[in-house]
Design a protein around this ligand. Sequence first.
Ligand code: HEM
Length: 325
Amino acid sequence: MAGMVSKLVVVLVILAVHGACDTSGLDPNFYVNKCPTALEIVRSAVKKAVAEEARMAASLLRLHFHDCFVQGCDGSVLLDDNATFTGEKTAVPNNNSLRGFDVVDNIKTELENACPQTVSCADILAIAARDSVVLSGGAWWSVALGRRDSRSASLSGANQNLPAPNSTLQTLITKFKLQGLNQVDLVVLSGGHTIGMSRCVSFRQRLYGLNGDANPQNIDNNYLTNLKSGCPSSGGDSNLSPLDDVTPTKFDNDYLKNVQSLKGLLISDQILYTKGQSTKNIVDYYAGDELLFMKQFAESMVKMGNIKPRTGSHGEIRKNCRRMN
Ligand code: HEM
């Protein structure tokens, strides 16, 4: 136990140092003078939301991912559609699926009360994602800050850049590469599926499909039977199953162990193990060492959080995350 604690301390120190020498133009201390209570406001609001519903941690983590893969981490995912503007919320990967917008609204309201027009919606997502992981049992990392919010969104970007649950392995690798993320990032960030839920419509093809990637032989038999009872071949599209059947609300490396035992829920999860030797090796490596997984997850999240931030005079600090000022 003592050994594990000291290993964790070493990991945290490395992460803290790593965060401090960031090259993105972002700075972990960005709000220290501008809004000293910012981090605490986000943390306590996320804590309250996750205490009310454990799944909210997963939903907030996913929001940051879906933000960063479209125009960079700029809060574009949060913009509502209106008569003259189309945002990203109706994109296929987001529609009837993304959650947590109300929690972000509550955080923004509190921040506007404490420090008007100071903390961006994009930064709220980055901090809330980190806090969600920590509250679920994962490792802490230093979040570099100072992202500004976009005055645009991209529906087509959301449809094109975000990977689909039935993407081929090559497509997953390419979509991550386009964001500057490598195969380690792909596997380890997919480990975010250690928490949260998926709708039946997102994994039905894995249960009943017969094409190469969806070959039912790549799925554990008992797991398949259980999943089919909650996800029929037609109907029940919104029925939920946990992405990590073993510990659905705990941030750990069980997702990777599940994938090793053919219990990945999405096709995109399972093919990391069954369709490529290098991604299989990465799954095996991090399935075998939880602390290394936690450390790499944190590093890959920092990398994802650094995708094309708007800084300086670009973008704005929205007053309301759902619309431009
Ligand atoms: C590798 C490509 C990925 C694909 C194809 C993918 C796909 C999906 C799908 C289909 C769902 C279920 C959505 C639904 O049915 O409503 C989901 C949920 C989720 N994804 Fe991913 N994802 C990927 C990567 C990631 C990454 C990089 C993260 C974060 C680091 C992430 C975090 C999550 C979380 C936490 C949930 C559960 C959300 C909730 O319960 O509200 N995913 N993902």
